[in-house]
Write a protein that binds this ligand. Structure first.
Ligand code: PMP
Length: 354
C-alpha cells in the first residue's frame, strides 16, 4: 500500500514551530518584523468574494512587478508556493534522473539531497574549505556533473560568495543549469539576477519568506532565461496549475512596492546581527562571517548540543544540526534587539558555567 519511495525516504526536517508563544523563536530564520503596511492593506482590502475563482495560474501581476523591479521581462519570472516548491520544480525541470551528478557543497541547505533522492537524481557533494567558504574551482565543469546548486549566502553558514565567483561557476558550465538559491541575499550578499541577461543557464531563486516578512504566505519566484522559465511552467502545470493563491500573489506585489520599508527593516536586522556578533565574541564565542539573517556560532569549550539544550530550557529556540562538520555549531536567527540581547546573555551564562 505504501510506495517504496515513501517508505524509504528520509524527508527534510524543518525547524520546530511550537504552538505556544513562550519561546523566543530564533530557529527558522523568519523576520522579526511584520510585513509592511501595503501588505496589510492588500490583504484586508482584498475582495473576498473573488476567492470563489481560481487564481491566475501564471501569477501575471507578480511576474510583472518582479520583472520591473529587476529590469527583466515577465517571461523571465516564474512564481511558486514558496521557494522550496520552486526549487523542487527546478530539480525536475533541469536535472535528469539516473544520470550524471548534480553538484553542491557538503554543508548547505539540507533539502537539496532530499529532492535528489525524491526525484532519483544522482548528486555529489564537494567539501567546503575549513572556513566554510566554497572552493569554486571544483564547480568548473567537472565531467561527472549535470548541474550545480549553490545557496548564496550559503545556509546554515551564512557565508556569501562574491558575484565574481558565482559568475565563474555559471560561465564555467555553459550547457548545464546553475541554480543560485538567494533566500538570504538581501541581508548582505550580491544578487546574481543581473547575470541572467548574459547567461542562458542561470536560474536565481528568491523568496518572500525572509527579507519580505511573508513566511506564512508561502511565496517566491525564480528568475532566468525564457527557455528555463518555460521548462518550469511545464513542470508546474504537470503537478499543480495554481500553486500561488490570489492573496499570496497580492501580498507579494504589495511587499515589492514598498522599498523604503524593506530597506529600513533589512538594515535593522543587519545592525542587530553585527551587535549580536560583537556581544557573543566578548563571551568567547566565534562565528562564521554572515551575510544572512542568521549567524553560525560555536564555542571552543562548551558543545553546541549543550548550548542548544540550555537555550531551549530557558525559552530560546535556535537550530542545532547533528551532522558531520557542523555538529558543534548553532544557527541562530536574528530577531529583535531585545531578543538578541537575551540570547547573548544566556549564551554568556551557559558558556560561563563550563
Ligand atoms: N532556501 C534556503 C537556503 C532556505 O534556508 C530556505 C528556508 N528554509 C528556503 C530556500 C525555502 O524558503 P521558502 O520555501 O520559505 O521560500
Amino acid at each position: 500500500m505504501i510506495s517504496k519511495k515513501a517508505a524509504g525516504i528520509a524527508p527534510y526536517t524543518a525547524g520546530e514551530q511550537p504552538r505556544d508563544k513562550k519561546y523566543i523563536k530564533l530557529n527558522t530564520n523568519e523576520n522579526p518584523y511584520p510585513p509592511c503596511g501595503k501588505v496589510v492593506s492588500a490583504l484586508t482590502g482584498a475582495d473576498i468574494s473573488r476567492l470563489r475563482l481560481y487564481p491566475d495560474p501564471r501569477s501575471t501581476g507578480l511576474r510583472e512587478a518582479a520583472a520591473a523591479k529587476f529590469g527583466l521581462s515577465p517571461e523571465n519570472i516564474f512564481c511558486g508556493n514558496g521557494s522550496d516548491e520552486i526549487l523542487a520544480f527546478c530539480f525536475q525541470a533541469f536535472f535528469d534522473p539516473f544520470s550524471k551528478d548534480v553538484v553542491f557543497p557538503d554543508v548547505t541547505y539540507s533539502f537539496y539531497p532530499v529532492w535528489c533522492r525524491l526525484f532519483d537524481i544522482n548528486y555529489r557533494t564537494l567539501p567546503l574549505k575549513d572556513d566554510f567558504s566554497v572552493d569554486v574551482s571544483g564547480y568548473i565543469a567537472p565531467a561527472y556533473c549535470q548541474g550545480v546548486v549553490i545557496a548564496n549566502p550559503n545556509a546554515p553558514t551564512g557565508r556569501a560568495l562574491p558575484l565574481m565567483d558565482i559568475e565563474r561557476i555559471v560561465s564555467g558550465n555553459p550547457d548545464k543549469a546553475v541554480i543560485v538559491d538567494e533566500a538570504y541575499v538581501d541581508f548582505g550578499a550580491e544578487t546574481a539576477i543581473p547575470l541572467i541577461k548574459k547567461y542562458k543557464n542561470l536560474v536565481v531563486v528568491r523568496t518572500f519568506s525572509k527579507s519580505g516578512s511573508l513566511a506564512g504566505m508561502r511565496i517566491g519566484f525564480a528568475a532566468g532565461d525564457k527557455e528555463l522559465i518555460t521548462a518550469l511552467v511545464k513542470i508546474k502545470d504537470s503537478f499543480n496549475s495554481y500553486p500561488v493563491d490570489s492573496l499570496a500573489g497580492a501580498a507579494a506585489v504589495a511587499a515589492l512596492s514598498d522599498g523604503e520599508y524593506f530597506d529600513e527593516h533589512v538594515n535593522k536586522v543587519i545592525r542587530t546581527r553585527e551587535a549580536f556578533c560583537a556581544a557573543i565574541t566578548k563571551a568567547g564565542f566565534t562565528y562564521v562571517p554572515s551575510s544572512a539573517n542568521f549567524v553560525f556560532v560555536t564555542h571552543k569549550a562548551v558543545s553546541a548540543e549543550t548550548l542548544y539544550r540550555g537555550l531551549k530550557e530557558n525559552g530560546v529556540l535556535v537550530r542545532w544540526f547533528d551532522k558531520p562538520r557542523i555538529s558543534n555549531y548553532l544557527r541562530i536567527s536574528i530577531g529583535t534587539d531585545e531578543e538578541m540581547r537575551i540570547c547573548a546573555e544566556m549564551l554568556k551564562k551557559l558558556a560561563g558555567q563550563a
